[in-house]
Ligand binder design. Structure first.
Ligand code: 5AD
Ligand code: FES
Length: 378
């Protein structure tokens, strides 16, 4: 089969064999790439229209007990200026986010034992109590089944845990004292509990081959996550990989397009890392099948401290500026900002109906509670 035939097969059936994917990645010409992007854009349009969903990102702690070799907030980086937001500060971010029209808050942090299940449950309940119609996405790394379950029961809706790479050897070389199997188990657990899950990987990791990227595609196909975050690897000056090359825009775009073809209904962010290696990286990501952006809601005085890689964009911008900027960029690229919760179409119709039913019930409860407190005050 030629590369074009493989792209057509992906377009028509969302599948390809390992051999076909390897052949495609090894032989893709510039012209093939254009065709691939055209097709992936078409699939995104067929499923989500030209909507781009936005999520407000709250980076609430950069403490981390892990030592991922690529990451600027790894435990061994003693140059990292560590911070934790207080519960009040997190709630302030959510309040600002709600005012700016965000219907999803993403709480992201390093693996920080300070944020115990009790504290996380308190934060989730407080946010949900105030904004019951908004979705909460967590991104706190690996935790136990029980921990994930407690946070889900407290009201968390979604969980992002990139698998980082689906090749065991590469995974283990980048993650000291970590288990490749446990990472996958965590994703399975999250799915079983009922979260909408987000997996994902980096492109251009040192020593990563096309075959490793094919492993990522095949693993994603099998896992069938609701979301998938893909970004280029970018070296951070205070990590062991400081001297390595960045992942390229081209390869990252190719991988985004392939994921869109293989998982037509997945939510696919045009990531900040992609915007950091090219001034129009996010726009190019959207044109290759992406349909989510995640502007920052964290207080500006901590932005620079959440430094996973060098050259991260938007570290100096106020949340409102980021929100306005991203809307302008989305429109200019020919897309429409969609401010709904943007639940994944990987969910069944019944699951989506249930979510909407629950939101309606929560709305009624909240209105009644607000009325009672008004009567009490009066
Ligand atoms: N370059 C690009 N992406 C990175 N991440 C962490 N460090 C880097 C880096 N140096 C990504 C990881 C992680 C996500 C939050 O950020 O994939 O899961
Ligand atoms: Fe943050 Fe443009 S999205 S300034």
């Amino acid at each position: 089969m030629s590369v074009i035939e493989i792209i057509n097969k992906l377009y028509n059936t969302s599948t390809a064999t390992r051999e076909e994917l390897n052949y495609l990645l090894d032989n893709l010409t510039k012209k093939d790439k254009e065709y691939l992007i055209e097709k992936s854009h078409e699939i995104a349009l067929n499923n989500y229209g030209n909507n781009v969903y936005i999520r407000g990102l709250i980076e609430f702690t950069n403490y981390c007990i892990r030592d991922c070799k690529y990451c600027g907030i790894r435990k061994s980086n003693n140059k990292a200026d560590r911070y934790r937001l207080s519960i009040e500060q997190i709630l302030e971010c959510a309040e600002l986010g709600d005012k700016l029209g965000y219907k999803t808050f993403v709480l992201q942090g390093g693996e920080d034992p300070y944020f115990t299940d009790e504290i996380m449950v308190e934060i989730i309940k407080k946010i949900k109590g105030k904004y019951p119609y908004n979705a909460i996405t967590l991104s706190l790394g690996e935790r136990s089944y029980e921990s994930y379950e407690r946070m889900f029961k407290a009201g968390a809706d979604r969980y992002l845990l990139r698998h980082e790479t689906a090749s065991k050897e590469l995974y283990e070389s980048l993650h000291p004292n970590s288990s490749f199997e446990n990472r996958r188990k965590c994703l399975e657990n999250l799915k079983k509990i009922g979260y909408q899950i987000g997996a994902g990987f980096m492109v251009g990791l040192p020593k990563q081959t096309n075959n490793d990227l094919v492993n990522d595609l095949l693993y994603l196909k099998e896992l069938n996550p609701h979301m998938c975050g893909i970004g280029p690897f970018i070296p951070h000056k205070d990590t062991p990989l400081y001297n390595e090359n960045c992942g390229t825009l081209e390869k990252t775009i190719t991988m985004l397009a392939l994921v869109r073809l293989m998982l037509p209904k997945v939510l696919l962010p045009a990531t900040t890392a992609l915007g950091s290696i090219d001034p129009l990286g996010r726009e190019k990501g959207l044109k290759a099948g992406g349909n989510v952006v995640m502007p920052n809601l964290s207080p500006t005085n901590v932005r620079e401290k959440y430094s996973l890689y060098d050259g991260k964009i938007c570290t100096g911008d106020e949340a409102a500026e980021c929100r306005a900027c991203i809307e302008k960029r989305i429109n200019k690229a020919g897309f429409k900002l969609n401010i709904s919760r943007g639940d994944s179409l990987v969910l069944s119709e019944e699951e989506i109906n249930n979510i909407n039913k629950n939101i309606k019930i929560e709305k009624i409860i909240k209105e009644n509670l607000d009325n009672i407190s008004l009567v009490k005050k009066g």
